[in-house]
Ligand binder design. Structure first.
Ligand code: SF4
Length: 885
């Protein structure tokens, strides 16, 4: 029987059925009964089975590079943290944790830090993701509450996505929205984003606003709502305060002023305002484009103000809706995972809350002031205020802004402990102690998704090596430090305590209350069905919506309008750094790729980090499509492959944040990012860093495809990955080896005597091609050129499936091009069926003019559906101007 569990990637929180087939192979399918996805999974979720092997796993504790026993490692950690606290005080230690942890893990580490170590120096990578939404919610509602549910997206007549490329970052939810729109022709979708992303496909309106001007747009909307008298006076009077101050702040901001500041046409702004004014059932979804800003909290409140003024909150099909990035960012918030929170949505700066939590925990101390938020925390590591840090399930050396500075900080820290399931990440390399943790498929606990839905993550694989659950590791350390209250028998016992605390002296004063689950037995916990909190005697089966009739968690029970004065991004572009760098995710990768890079299917869609430029910017900076570019900011530099697209706004460049030193050289996007933060939420401004771009012109461009793993070079630009039948590496460097052939053989790790070479040399043009054939089968090939115009890798990859190589294939290797143009499928669009861009445009030219028609002919888009917006985009562009490459 398959096990019901949840996807470990994004905040949609899709239900998964995981098991093994008759051959013992892990299988993963969508859970048709899970209310988040009703059986759907996106490209990442549907390839989870590729990611559960033990390759690269950390399976035993490691101290100073040597494997050791759990006892030795735990003693060292406990003694190190205890001594540091004794000698330098509680704030000399810190914990940096993760939205990938389960709620039970999160609960115990917060208990240890705040209630027993006495420090609130515990923060999480969720700080990088949704801290601005948390702060915005608290300012408006008095609590960190998402008022609505996913069903609202299907009931709405107007869906507004702000700073959210949901088609790539929350694909299943985006599919629910587009399916609902198909059912309801009256439904409109508006996308507000400087880039024309995949989410714009099928949208009724795209507002490519100037980066950072979102608050201006929503302030303009607030003024327009007032002018149109689109005000729910009853709701505003009964359930809110502060409307006049908020309206004073926007004054009579006109459509023309709004359009001018946002860099939009008046017509587009007018249309957006008009739709909002006239559409009762409106949901505004927002994500990292809003949160990752030096004024992210204000932007959140500018959006919420519009919903409060119209009373569109807590009712079916309406409300502001924060999309969380990570699978358990919400669960982390529930247990006080951020440095300025206490457990169960209580507040560190509230003496009563501190007293309640300390009494409940029977703890010797309770942190009495907010701890250091992520960026400040690593600054404190750098300057020696923090002397011991424990990093759990996250890779800050890749994900933090000004990442090179974080690396230097860890190198200088007295005690760095990392618990992770992987042996080799950027961060594990800099740890003194490594503690092996369980991975997805082995862990047991709960997570909470973007709609407040608590779901079980269940284990279906045995614990490998001596890996332990995170909660167990934390409790082992806590007990060694001499603390009581950490002797849990299992995750269920932790969950019960967490649920009990949520109801402890609550009496309706706090939003997070799951006290009806406080006595849940182990068996019932095992079978717990997904449920939306609160779960109380009033809402025994959970509550999909909150706040329809007020009941906010402010002292007077009323929501607060927040006056918003828009601020530009902290660091402006300049002559020296004229482009605004925007970082984000791509469709088939997740965070720092430690999981997604294990799936050959997920490597197909985007193999290399790209830098997207508007054609005008590319021309001005002399950048060719497909060539390499060096991006430089005042903080660092990176190299990426140029993608010229009119979908990019002029003056901006987009770079994905995923590639680390494990998979690429000189491609770390966050090395460039300015470490400036929102003054309230502490969330870094990952969406706006001034940079300059210049062509990166190495003397040699090379790619290698090989059945054997390819070693990373010591420096320069390179990217590597594992594909289905071979490994791939792209390189660019200056130094020419003495013999290209010897170099190729060495890279392919083959002995001369073993192979038959198919070689092409044109020293005059500087072009060389070597293919090694062994027993009639292609073992590997190396293509070398003085420019980036090398041949299609997708065509070459198909030759690895030929056994033996056909004479035509041998000829094509020599010629350096496919013998039949149709063999080159182009860049893969549908990773489920390996369908490439060229195949789609060819079918489009033959008359397939809908996504469904392409699906019928090529199967593309008929499995997970994550590629459907790109297919639609290709059809729109392809019929006009795209020819097969
Ligand atoms: S949308 Fe995709 S990545 Fe997100 S939870 Fe669902 S299957 Fe996982």
């Amino acid at each position: 029987m398959p096990v019901k569990t949840t996807c470990p990637y994004c905040g949609v929180g899709c239900g998964v059925l995981a098991g093994r087939d008759a051959a013992g192979k892990v299988t993963v399918t969508g859970d048709p009964q899970h209310p988040a996805n009703f059986g759907r999974l996106c490209s990442k979720g549907s390839t989870l089975a590729d990611t559960v092997d033990l390759d690269g796993r950390l399976l035993a504790p490691v101290v100073d590079g040597q494997e050791t026993s759990w006892d030795a490692a735990l003693d060292l950690v406990a003694e190190g943290f205890a001594r540091t606290i004794r000698e330098h005080g509680p704030d000399s230690v810190a914990f940096y944790v993760s939205g990938q942890l389960l709620t039970e893990d999160y609960y115990v580490i917060n208990k240890l830090a705040k209630g027993f170590c006495g420090t609130a120096n515990i923060d999480t990578n969720s700080r990088l993701c949704m801290a601005s939404s948390v702060a915005g919610h608290k300012r408006a509602f008095g609590s960190d509450t998402v008022p609505g549910c996913y069903e609202d997206l299907e009931l709405a007549d107007l869906l507004i996505l702000v700073g959210s490329n949901a088609a790539w970052c929350h694909p299943v939810l985006h599919q629910r929205m587009t399916a609902a729109k198909d059912q309801n022709p009256g439904c409109r979708i508006v996308v507000i984003d400087p880039r024309h992303t995949a989410t714009c496909e099928g949208a009724d309106l795209h507002l490519p606003l100037r980066p950072g001007s979102d608050a201006v747009l929503f302030n303009g909307l607030l003024a327009a709502l007032m002018r149109a008298n689109a005000v729910d006076g009853t709701f505003v009077r009964a359930f809110t305060t502060g409307v006049d101050t908020a309206l004073d702040a926007v004054g009579d901001q006109t459509v023309a002023e709004t359009a001018d500041i946002c860099g939009l046409t008046e017509g587009a702004v007018e249309r957006f305002f008009d739709w909002f004014i006239k559409t009762e059932r409106t949901v505004t979804l927002y994500s990292q484009g809003i949160n990752q800003s030096s004024s992210g909290v204000d932007k959140v409140n500018a959006i919420i103000n519009c919903h409060l003024l119209t009373g569109r909150i807590g009712r079916p099909g309406m409300g502001p809706f924060s999309l969380t990035g990570q699978p358990n960012a919400m669960g982390g918030r529930e247990v006080g995972g951020l440095a300025n929170q206490l457990a169960a949505h209580m507040e560190l700066d509230n003496p009563l809350h501190r007293e309640i939590v300390q009494r409940f925990w029977h703890s010797p101390v309770i942190a009495d002031k907010a701890g250091l938020k992520a960026v400040d925390m690593f600054d404190a590591v750098a300057d020696g205020r923090i002397k011991a840090i424990w990093i759990m399930s996250t890779n800050p050396l890749v994900s933090m802004p000004d990442a090179d500075r974080v690396r230097a900080a860890l190198d200088g820290c007295e005690l760095v402990v990392v618990s992770d399931c992987l042996r080799h990440t950027e961060t594990t390399r800099h740890a003194r102690v490594l503690l092996p943790a369980l991975a997805w498929g082995e862990k047991d606990g709960t997570v909470t998704n973007s709609e407040r839905r608590i779901s079980r993550q269940r284990s279906f694989l045995p614990a490998p090596g001596s890996a332990r659950a995170d909660w167990q590791i934390i409790c082992d350390v806590a007990q060694r430090m001499g603390f009581g209250g950490f002797d849990y028998a299992n995750a269920a016992e932790i969950f019960r305590e967490h649920a009990r605390l949520s109801g402890f002296e609550n009496r309706g004063t706090r939003d997070f209350d799951i006290s009806a689950l406080a006595t849940i037995q182990d068996r019932a916990y095992d079978t717990l069905a997904p449920v939306q909190w609160p779960v109380t005697s009033e809402y025994p089966t959970g509550a999909p919506r909150l706040f329809e009739t007020g009941g906010f968690f402010t002292p007077d029970g009323k929501a607060r309008f927040v006056p918003v004065t828009p601020r530009a991004p902290k660091n402006a572009t300049s002559r020296e750094f004229p482009l605004a760098l925007n970082t984000g995710r791509v469709r088939d990768h997740w965070h720092t790729m430690t999981r997604t890079a294990k799936s050959p299917r997920l490597m197909l869609h985007m193999f290399e980090p790209c830098a997207e430029f508007h054609p005008e910017d590319a021309r001005r900076e002399s950048l060719d499509n497909g060539a390499l570019v060096r991006l430089t900011s005042p903080f660092g530099a990176m190299v990426a492959r140029v993608a010229v697209t009119s979908e990019q706004r002029r003056g901006c460049v987009f770079v994905p944040m995923h590639w680390s030193g494990e998979f690429a050289g000189e491609a770390l996007a966050n090395a460039l990012v300015n470490p400036v933060t929102d003054p309230i939420s502490g969330q870094p401004e990952l969406k706006h860093t001034p940079v300059r771009a210049e062509p990166y012109l190495p003397k040699w461009h090379v790619f290698i495809l090989s059945r054997r793993e390819i070693e990373a070079p010591p420096g320069g630009y390179w990217v590597r990955g594992r594909m289905e039948r071979y490994f791939r590496m792209e390189l660019a460097f200056d130094e020419r080896p003495e013999s290209w052939r010897d170099w190729a053989r060495e890279k392919l790790r083959l002995r001369e005597a073993e192979i038959e070479w198919i070689a092409y040399r044109d020293p005059g043009a500087g072009r060389y091609r070597y293919a090694a054939v062994q027993n009639g089968r292609l073992e590997g090939c190396v293509f070398i050129a003085p420019d980036h115009k090398l041949v299609s890798r997708s065509w070459l990859s198909s030759l690895f499936a030929e056994d033996p190589l056909s004479p035509a294939a041998r000829m094509s290797l020599l010629a350096g091009r496919p013998s039949d143009a149709r063999e080159d499928i182009g860049q893969v669009v549908c990773s489920c069926f390996g369908v490439g861009r060229n195949q789609i445009t060819t079918e489009a030219l033959k008359g397939a003019d809908t996504v469904e028609a392409i699906g019928k002919r090529l199967k593309a888009g008929t499995n997970c559906g994550a590629c459907r917006p790109e297919i639609a985009k290709l059809l729109h562009a392809g019929v006009r101007d795209t020819q097969p490459a």
